[in-house]
Design a protein. Sequence first.
Length: 275
Amino acid sequence: MARRPEHLAPPEIFYNEDEARKYTNNTRIIDIQVQMCERAIELLALPEDDTHLILDIGCGSGLSGSVLEEQGHVWVGVDIAKAMLEVAVEREVEGDLILGDMGQGMPFKAGTFDAAVSISALQWLCNADKKSHVPQKRLYQFFSTLFSSLTRNARAVFQFYPENSDQIELVTTQAMKAGFYGGLVVDYPNSSKAKKYFLVLMTGGMVKLPAALGTEEDSSQIPYSRKRELARNARGKPLKKSREWVLQKKERRRQQGNDTRTDSRYTARKRSGRF
């Protein structure tokens, strides 16, 4: 069985000049990348006939960027592999290209992008290529900065290759902790070759996940929006309007010198609504 690329070397080393050209000139890879990007754009559910500014994360040599161009969008690409970006420049792609590490965060102003796509890149963040790399922290740094880079009611769609269920749990937990809603859409779940995982994230609240391909609707959709409550607790912030939240607000008012009612066993309890 072939070893996964992320187990062989860090992406900036694995995708050297030879590998970058081999990757970009392989017609089978090109066809697969185009199909997956087209599916990712479909899952974005963008308004038709409009031009949008889209972030391509792990853009590589610009194969997915070319699909975005064909559909009339403007794009900016980020990748850690310099050799891949050099091939993209040679291909004269229209998108702006940035050399950067996903795990260090997205270096953009708040609300810059209407949407984001990522093809075959997210699984690299589950790997610790250096002693200083902690996958949970790098994923959270990535997702939290991506969240702020997107407009309200935007979507980000990631096609990726999780190694196991633990990686799916790791990725989705950090995404929800960063503020996203959403879940997993698994196309062709019963096919070993055609099966594809798409993480569909939303900034503006949870809506019904798109239907998966190759199966009955809803049978291969895994929503993770309810994990937001657990995520809030995980980062030490009480849920809004909970007793802990109310007590913290009252203590802050006292520290500011404001008149505040004393705490009691009835603090933050719901009233019956009757007089």
